[in-house]
Write a protein that binds this ligand. Structure first.
Ligand code: BTN
Length: 324
């Protein structure tokens, strides 16, 4: 983000009114140049109110991501990741950034805005400025790709842990493979991508999108039913706290998974399963299969009793699940 835009955003993030003249003085720009900057901010999805005599204001202000603040929520042993974290104002996709950086300088990437946020199955992930959390981690695993298909379940359980720690004790559930729901509405999603392999060590990018404080305008772009933290808690969300808790729980979960395996995560996941025993439709690139959801097995594969009574097993891959 251009320096002037960032400066004006920082000033307006307090939620108070700032006149065009006052902003002009601070940035050493004319009022019409300030007006142009305001229009650019609006293009990023930031809602700015303009009132005659009072000036510009971001209603209820903005909490921008801040590394120091995020680090406050990491366990002591996780503080070592500090210099591996990068926070962008704008990036195409935090997953893409980690997958394509030349040297592995960064392993954790947050962004305020994604111009090409990606969801599973080629979908778009709506990523307006400073409203939600977009986080990616680069991790190396010696596990084979088919063993890694369960990694999403580990991350989902970790996200639920972070949300509980934040204070959301009720209403959270999971939908296989990677959806975090609240009251049946999508709150967060996970996109796992394999980015390379050397000597049987796999580089994996784990992307997490958490809806925090989505404006109605941005929410209109989402085709499925969704919710965000502000709807759940009915208070102004603390983005840095959420970002820190998320990161900490994910780092702890990955270490635990590498050391002790999947079993404990499967148990936790099963307790959060929102589709167990329900009529569902499983959609693969080739076909749609209707049946009854029978949970997940010890490898994290989905179990579906089809209409002939046969139990079928599915790995996450290109599959999506709908409650019929
Ligand atoms: C889904 O449920 O479809 C997965 C959504 C994953 C979105 C996150 S936001 C951070 C990271 N960067 C991306 O482009 N996508 C993931």
């Amino acid at each position: 983000m251009q320096k002037n835009l960032k400066t004006i955003l920082k000033i307006l993030s307090d939620g108070k009114h700032h006149s065009g003249a006052n902003l002009g003085n601070q940035l050493k720009l004319t009022r019409s140049a300030i007006w142009k900057l305001i229009k650019q901010l609006e293009k990023c999805g930031i809602k700015i109110e303009a009132k005659t005599n009072l000036g510009y204001r971001i209603p209820s202000g903005l909490e921008l991501l801040d590394k120091k603040n995020i680090l406050k929520y990491l366990d002591k042993k996780n503080q070592t990741v500090a210099n591996k974290i990068v926070i962008f104002d704008e990036v195409d996709s935090t997953n893409n950034f980690l997958a394509t950086q030349k040297k592995t300088k960064y392993k954790i990437c947050f962004a305020e805005f994604q111009s090409a946020g990606k969801g599973r199955l080629g979908r778009i992930w709506v990523s307006p400025f400073a409203q939600n959390i977009y986080l990616s981690l680069l991790q190396q695993f010696t596990l084979k790709p088919h063993e890694l298909s369960s990694l999403g379940l580990v991350i989902a359980v970790a996200i639920v842990g972070a949300l509980k720690k934040y204070g959301i004790k009720k209403g959270i559930g999971l939908k296989w493979p990677n959806d975090i729901l609240w009251d049946k509405k999508k709150l967060a999603g996970i996109l796992i991508e394999l980015s390379g392999e050397t000597h049987h060590i796999y580089k994996v990018i784990i992307g997490i999108g958490l809806n925090v404080n989505m404006s109605q305008e941005s929410g209109k772009k989402i085709t499925k039913s969704w919710c965000d933290i502000s709807q759940i808690t009915k208070t102004k969300p603390k983005r840095n706290k959420l970002a820190g808790l998320l990161l900490n729980h994910i780092l702890v979960a990955i270490a635990d998974y590498q050391k002790n395996g999947l079993a404990q995560f499967i148990k936790k996941w099963q307790k959060l399963d929102t589709t167990y025993g329900k009529k569902v439709t499983l959609i693969t690139p080739q076909r749609k299969i209707k049946g009854i959801a029978c949970g997940i097995d010890k490898n994290g594969y989905f179990l579906l009793k089809d209409n002939t009574g046969k139990l079928q097993t599915f790995a996450s891959g290109e599959v999506s699940l709908r409650i019929s």
